[in-house]
Write a protein that binds this ligand. Structure first.
Ligand SMILES: [Mg+2]
Length: 261
């Protein structure tokens, strides 16, 4: 677990990896500047479906990491990329907020509100949803619409504790429809890393995913065939990583992202 060799592409988790809440992880700015200076491609990824890529780009830029919207990949964009590749202007019925709708519209989707019209049911996190809306989306799934999910997280950690997230809505739809999702874009599934690589133009062996969570970041990177690094600045400790079965361990354990260069 020594020095990390250079990679063509770097996929960074955000909270716990590049920053912690509102604080930059010390050295993250210089590390990313160095990687970019070497000509490496860098992508920042998040499962969270209620913030826009523009928000993340603005936050990173304000913390000293100049970032454009196309340097950020969220689970709604990864799902939109998947839909763009597999469907032609489909009709989507959606449990999700504006950032999800925006990515879907950009991918050529038509947003519809009745089950009868829907080719695809997109399940995400929607803090304004209603029973009527959930019921219409359930009827779409029941009638055979594709069942797609932005992110499988059942909760989202916040300062005061946690909020129920998209995964909780997925559980509701699974219970009612007795169907499982046809596709899930977010970590720990590989689609998020695959979408990041497609956008960076890099391949799995030349790409490394860096994150703090073993059950999401690490699994996603491994499932996509990327090299993996676990940083100890977030939720996981060295003991947690060392307790993993050998095959599930990351390629590198780093005190922080600053050890990448
Ligand atoms: Mg994290």
């Amino acid at each position: 677990m020594g020095t990390v060799p250079p990679y063509a592409g770097y996929i960074f988790d955000l909270d716990g990896t590049v920053y912690l809440g509102k604080q930059l992880i010390p050295g993250a700015d210089e590390t990313i500047a160095t990687l970019r200076g070497r000509g490496a491609r860098v992508m920042f990824v998040s499962n969270k479906p209620i913030d826009t890529r523009a928000n993340y780009a603005a936050k990173l830029s304000s913390l000293g990491i100049p970032t454009g919207v196309d340097d950020v990949l969220t689970s709604p964009l990864a799902l939109a990329d998947y839909i763009r590749e597999h469907h032609d202007a489909p009709a989507c019925i959606v449990v999700g907020e504006e950032p999800v709708l925006e990515e879907l519209r950009n991918a050529g989707c038509r947003i519809v509100t009745t089950a009868a019209e829907a080719d695809i049911a997109v399940i995400s996190w929607d803090r304004q949803t209603t029973y009527d809306k959930l019921e219409e989306v359930f009827q779409a799934i029941r009638a055979g619409a594709r069942f797609y999910v932005t992110n499988p997280d059942v909760t989202c950690p916040v300062e005061s504790g946690e909020l129920s997230d998209a995964g909780a809505v997925v559980a509701y739809m699974e219970a009612a429809s007795r169907r499982r999702p046809d596709h899930i874009a977010g970590k720990p599934y590989p689609a998020l890393a695959q979408a990041a690589m497609a956008r960076m133009g890099t391949q799995p062996p030349g790409t490394i995913l860096i994150g703090d969570r073993l059950q999401t970041d690490l699994k996603c990177g491994k499932a996509a065939g990327c090299a993996t690094a676990t940083v100890l600045t977030g939720v996981s400790s060295r003991e947690d990583v060392l307790a993993l079965p050998e095959a599930d361990k990351p390629d590198y354990i780093l005190e922080s992202v600053a050890e990448l260069v």
